[in-house]
Design a binder for this molecule. Structure first.
Ligand SMILES: Nc1ncnc2c1ncn2[C@@H]1O[C@H](COP(=O)(O)OP(=O)(O)OP(=O)(O)O)[C@@H](O)[C@H]1O
Ligand SMILES: [Mg+2]
Length: 361
């Protein structure tokens, strides 16, 4: 981190140094050329070798020549800067695409199948997982999320909660055991079909520079104005539109800096809602929210929970208490499963988490 900051500082200094040299040198060269033409030409006119008209013509030529030369130097530096930026883009383009056909996929007419209430929507079956090249972070994780219910994941930091959500999204492949969604092994589902059925709100909800409208339209490009406003009201963000004269076209700033942390998270929920997925994965922010924001977030979650299956990584007591089922994770293992009331009695770790770690809004 410090090394990168140092390198950026050094690069900035180099750019400043080059600019400091280039600008005066080109100006002096231009002025010098004029002086030279004027001096020699003046002497020649005085000696009667050329006419005043010739001298004026020369100065005009020089004038026409110098301007494009200056522009050419400018263009060169801009091309260099552009190439630097292009290099960054190429790095991204060079990342291999996720292979959609790594295993013959089953043809699913409709996923998740609407008529299978007995089949859990999400089922972890002795799932083991380690990040590529790293140690195992999940061991024999087993639990099921019935369709239309809310399951909360709790556990100490680093327990593997976000990793579980990444596996459901199939950002990584399960190393051991099986993960089934609606009864189908995730490895058999084409990624686009799988993800069309999932909404994912990340822990640090990414908001892009641009307007509120642009941030919402990412998941639902054709959505009508009225629908956008309805969704914003649903997650208690209606005030953003009302207080700004631009309405939905109000800027949110680079990375959403013009919004509060709670508002960013709710905007991400709104985005997930717009796509209308039957399954929603929510990674709650760890940051503390004030009571009003907390209540707003809770109402937003209640709004999304209607007719949906929810798997929430919970950092808030209120979220856990509302859940149908709580899964307690520690060191990549499921150590207890049950309701809030059960777990307060049966699980010492849960009691500890509820007392000290979960945020009370
Ligand atoms: N991209 C990654 N590459 C390698 N290891 C990772 C990666 N992401 C997480 N890990 C490791 O996996 C383990 C579980 O991380 P995870 O993000 O799932 O924790 P978490 O339970 O979500 O924690 P928190 O409550 O702090 O968000 C940690 O030991 C972490 O260091
Ligand atoms: Mg996490």
């Amino acid at each position: 981190m410090e090394a990168s900051a140092g390198a950026a500082y050094a690069a900035g200094l180099r750019v400043a140094r080059v600019q400091a040299v280039v600008a005066p040198v080109s100006t002096v060269t231009i002025q010098g050329a004029f002086l030279l033409v004027l001096g020699i030409g003046g002497a020649r006119v005085a000696a009667g070798a050329i006419s005043v008209g010739d001298l004026v013509a020369f100065i005009m030529f020089l004038f026409f020549l110098v301007l494009p030369l200056g522009q050419a130097v400018n263009a060169y530096t801009q091309v260099q800067a552009g190439l630097g930026a292009l290099h960054r883009i190429e790095e991204v383009l060079a990342v291999p695409a996720e292979d959609a056909s790594d295993r013959p996929t089953v043809t699913v007419a409709e996923w998740p199948a609407p008529s299978a209430p007995a089949v859990p929507m999400i089922e972890f079956d002795r799932v083991g997982f380690g990040y590529p090249g790293g140690p195992a972070v999940l061991h024999e994780v087993s639990f099921a999320v019935p369709a239309g219910t809310r399951t909360a994941l709790v556990g100490p930091s680093g327990a593997g909660k976000s990793t579980l959500l990444a596996l459901v999204e199939r950002f990584y492949e399960v190393t051991d055991g099986a993960l089934r969604l609606g009864g189908v092994d995730v490895r058999d589902l084409p990624r686009d079909v799988l993800r069309a059925g999932l909404g994912y709100v990340e822990q640090e909800a990414p908001v892009l520079a641009g307007t509120l409208r642009e941030n919402l339209l990412i998941t639902a490009p054709g959505a009508a104005e009225a629908r956008l406003r309805a969704v914003l009201d649903e997650v208690n963000l209606g005030h953003l539109v009302e207080r700004a004269p631009e309405g939905l076209d109000v800027q949110v700033g680079e990375g959403g800096v013009l919004l509060s942390g709670g508002e960013r998270q709710r905007l991400a929920i709104a985005r997930a809602l717009l796509a209308g997925p039957p399954v929603l994965l929510l990674d709650e922010p760890t940051s503390n929210l004030d009571a009003r924001n907390e209540a707003a977030l809770r109402r937003a979650i209640d709004a999304v929970a209607v007719r949906r299956t929810l798997l929430i990584v919970a950092h808030r007591l209120s979220t856990v208490v509302d859940a149908d089922q709580i899964v307690v994770l520690d060191g990549g293992r499921v150590v207890a499963t049950g309701s809030h009331d059960d777990l307060t009695v049966t699980s010492p770790l849960y009691r500890e988490l509820a007392a000290h770690q979960l945020l009370v809004g």
